[in-house]
Design a protein. Structure first.
Length: 283
């Protein structure tokens, strides 16, 4: 009975004060969501492996970048890492990647189309003959800056991705290697409670480079701790990188800082098996 009387009294008061009724009925308008998203990322790695190949001569790498995305699916970004000149970047110690494209998802399926430009400021590739002697290579490199341009198409289904990249320039300035390609099959599975596992198999088809093509693979685990992602991954390849004095045509035997002769204590098999430890954050 008292509840009924109270409800009737409130209803009468609301009718008597129309402004009060309207104020109670109207909810504050939510701010429209922005179609623009800007994120950054930073990471520290005990070694930088690009498609399974050592880029820092076994030394640590600091990496980071920034990404812009629009709700329509268009995106652009930049990513950077230190590198070692012995990995084929004479005179340079920085990799800068610039990319853009379009991607979207339909339920469990996704599509990604784009282009990527690799730039190494300060590089000045030495004459072909010196490079060939130093690394026992059968290919060559241009004299001048080192760079590479690729187009890519990627597809995804749930936690599995497949990506194809195609070089529309000479592959990292090795003459006659335009139309080299890389296929990348990967998986990233969320185990819950911040844990995840990931795997990858890739294959480089290095056009017109004897012993240049190879397959690489990875198996890793990650743990998210307050937004910081700690990771460990085992990486291996079958790339030709034997640095023994009698070895020939070993494209991935890299020499650090000496481009006139192969020096044993300054040479490394860039495709050797390794474990990469990392910590990274996206913000």
């Amino acid at each position: 009975m008292r509840k009924t009387i109270l409800a009737a009294s409130l209803a009468t008061a609301a009718l008597a004060l129309p402004g009060l009724a309207l104020a109670q009925a109207a909810a504050p308008a939510a701010a429209p969501a922005s179609p623009h998203t800007l994120t950054g990322n930073v990471g520290l790695f005990n070694s930088y492996r690009f498609r399974g190949i050592d880029q820092t001569f076994g030394k640590p790498a600091i990496q980071g970048g920034i990404d812009y995305a629009h709700s329509s699916g268009w995106y652009a970004g930049n990513w950077n890492s230190n590198v070692n000149q012995g990995a084929g970047y004479p005179g340079g110690n920085l990799e800068m990647d610039f990319y853009g494209g379009w991607k979207n998802a339909w339920g469990d399926w996704g599509l990604d189309l784009g282009a990527l430009y690799y730039y190494y400021p300060g590089t000045n590739a030495r004459p072909t003959g010196n490079i060939l002697v130093a690394n026992n290579r059968t290919g060559a490199v241009h004299t001048g800056k080192v760079d590479n341009t690729e187009l890519y198409v990627g597809g995804s289904w749930k936690f599995v991705t497949l990506k194809y990249s195609h070089a529309v320039s000479d592959y990292f300035d090795a003459p006659g290697t335009k139309n080299s390609s890389y296929v990348d099959l990967g998986a990233n599975y969320d185990l819950g409670d911040g844990w995840g596992i990931n795997g990858h198999v890739g294959h480089l088809k290095f056009k017109n480079m004897i012993n240049g093509s190879y397959t690489d693979w990875k198996l890793g685990v990650t743990k998210d701790v307050g937004g910081w992602v700690f990771g460990a991954a085992y990486i291996a390849t079958n790339a030709k990188g034997n640095c023994a004095p009698t070895a020939v045509n070993q494209v991935y035997c890299f020499t650090n800082g000496n481009f006139t002769a192969a020096v044993a204590d300054k040479s490394k098999d860039a495709g050797r098996d390794t474990v990469v430890i990392s910590v990274s954050k996206t913000f």
